[in-house]
Write a protein that binds this ligand. Structure first.
Ligand code: ADP
Length: 485
């Protein structure tokens, strides 16, 4: 892997804690495995709670002088970090594909996407405006200022090893906070490469540390227990989100949660079917179905069901499965064996309840964690996939007749992250967009993530928003100052 990089030192096997590149105190390491080939590509330090304490202490010391700098100075350093990420986009993408499996073109896209948050929040650093409020009495003046919350800790998943970190760390540093991140143990290398570039950009020692560890529960608990940590931001499963929220209650810690989804993708009979197919492919199969905004349930109105299914089948059969490092591959492997098992469970359950395979339906001939992109027709709400996110290349097609029915079906879930629909009728578009109980609605598009818009869910999909001018608010506290004159 090193030989493929123009900057081999971006493949780090030490981690950045309190301003120094270190190994675990006890020398413990864990393997990072390429999911396409199954080989070990690096060994990184397996840290414990002692190192979290060290990282948080350094963060707490570094945050005050950082917050005291002019916003423009913080902005300039973040801007440099952005420039370095773009300059080394290819290396960062190669490292990502090696540890995560997504096709190299998608990895390049993710680096650009992750970097866009750094650029955006570098700009927003200068726009943390307060307000003045007319006093409630003649001799009182009221001002409101926004101040950084302090040390923030983050826990991120493996599906977007760069962007999930960028969109937390960038607003935190822009706001004047320090940050300690625990990346997924499956994809720590992208985090370490980002940390190396952050240091080069001039992020001060101790302000940003990376805790690589296989003991996620202990690290998460430590983040919640150490008093200097004032903010916890998590992206991952709803199940782990609930644990963290409960733990964070002890210190009444401010939390942001980007949790699971169960995205409906609705095709109405007035939709442009070709556009809907294109959107469904992008939205269902990006990252091999392993995103929290991937379509999980595809509802198609009865009058266009067969036509949509036929076109969708052609498009799915054009996808190419393989090692993401090879040219022309559109679907990589699943991240780990249990991810493959989950796809198989959802599929077997659907077939046992009347589902029919239109294409795909089994592990790919390549073996390992590769699975054929699969469409199942006759999906029903009794199937596991209607309540539980598959997180894999399995697309169930549900048939519906009526607009109100499909809205009710789409909303019949504990989740509320992303939703999508295709329609042309203007009043239908307005009505359905307003009726979907989701934080994000894609109308006639299957791609909704960008740095300028607020990303986040309602219901059990989470708390808070990332990206946009709202994204920095999660790292700020309001202070109201009442002055007697
Ligand atoms: P996924 O299913 O996407 O892997 P998880 O919620 O299991 O989602 O993992 C997301 C992140 O949460 C990873 O960094 C993982 O190490 C971490 N994690 C898993 N369990 C816990 C826990 N009990 N406490 C804190 N973090 C955890």
């Amino acid at each position: 892997l090193k030989s493929m990089l123009s900057r081999p030192d971006l493949l780090c096997e030490d981690t950045l804690v309190a301003g120094e590149w270190v190994k675990a105190a006890d020398g413990k390491t864990f393997d990072v495995i390429n999911p396409a080939r199954g080989d070990v590509i690096a060994r990184v330090p397996d840290l414990s709670v002692a190192e979290v304490e060290k990282a948080v202490a350094a963060a707490d010391a570094a945050r005050k002088p950082w917050a005291a700098r002019a916003a423009k100075e913080r902005a300039n350093i973040l801007r440099k970090w952005f420039d370095l990420m773009i300059k080394h986009q290819e290396d960062l993408a190669i490292i990502m594909t090696a540890e995560q499996g997504k096709p190299l073109t998608e990895a390049r896209g993710e680096i650009a996407y992750g970097a866009s948050f750094v650029e955006w929040f570098a700009e927003e650093a200068k726009r943390v405006y307060g307000e003045t409020i007319p006093g409630h009495m003649a001799d009182k003046r009221i001002t409101v200022i926004k101040q950084p919350i302090g040390v923030a800790a983050g826990i991120t998943p493996w599906n977007f090893p760069n962007a999930m970190i960028a969109r937390k760390v960038a607003p935190a540093l822009a706001a004047g906070c320090a940050f300690v991140i625990k990346p997924s143990e499956l994809t720590p290398l992208s985090a370490l490469a980002m940390a190396k570039l952050a240091q080069e950009a001039g992020v001060p020692d101790g302000l940003f540390s990376v805790i690589t560890s296989t003991d996620a529960p202990a690290i998460g608990k430590a983040f919640c227990d150490i008093p200097a940590v004032r903010k916890l931001t998590f992206t991952g499963s709803t199940q782990v989100g609930r644990i963290l929220l409960a733990q964070a209650a002890d210190q009444v810690m401010k939390c942001s949660m980007e949790l699971g989804g169960n995205a409906p993708f609705i095709v109405f009979d007035d939709a442009d079917l070709d556009a809907a197919v294109e959107g469904a492919i992008a939205c269902k199969f990006r990252n091999n179905g392993q995103t929290c905004v991937c379509a999980n349930r595809i509802y198609v109105q009865a009058g266009v069901y067969d036509a949509f299914a036929a076109k969708f089948k052609v498009a799915v059969e054009a996808l190419r499965v393989g090692d993401g490092m090879s040219e022309g591959i559109t679907l990589g492997p699943l991240i780990e064996p249990k991810a493959l098992t989950k796809v198989q469970e959802h599929l077997a359950d659907a077939l046992s309840k009347g589902g029919q395979i239109l294409t795909g339906g089994k592990p790919h001939d390549l073996g390992g964690q590769f699975f054929e992109p699969t469409i199942v027709t006759n999906a029903t709400k009794e199937m596991l996939v209607s309540t539980d996110e598959t997180f894999g290349p399995f697309a169930p097609l549900f048939k519906f007749e009526d607009e109100d029915d499909v809205i009710a079906l789409a909303n019949d879930t504990i989740f509320g992250l992303a939703s999508y629909f295709y329609a042309k009728d203007l009043s239908r578009v307005t009505k359905v967009a307003e009726a979907l109980e989701y934080g994000i609605v894609g109308v006639n598009t299957g791609i909704i993530s960008n740095e300028v818009a607020p990303f986040g869910g309602v219901k059990q999909s989470g708390l808070g928003r990332e990206g946009s001018h709202h994204g920095i608010e999660d790292y700020l506290e309001l202070k109201y100052i009442c002055t007697g004159v």
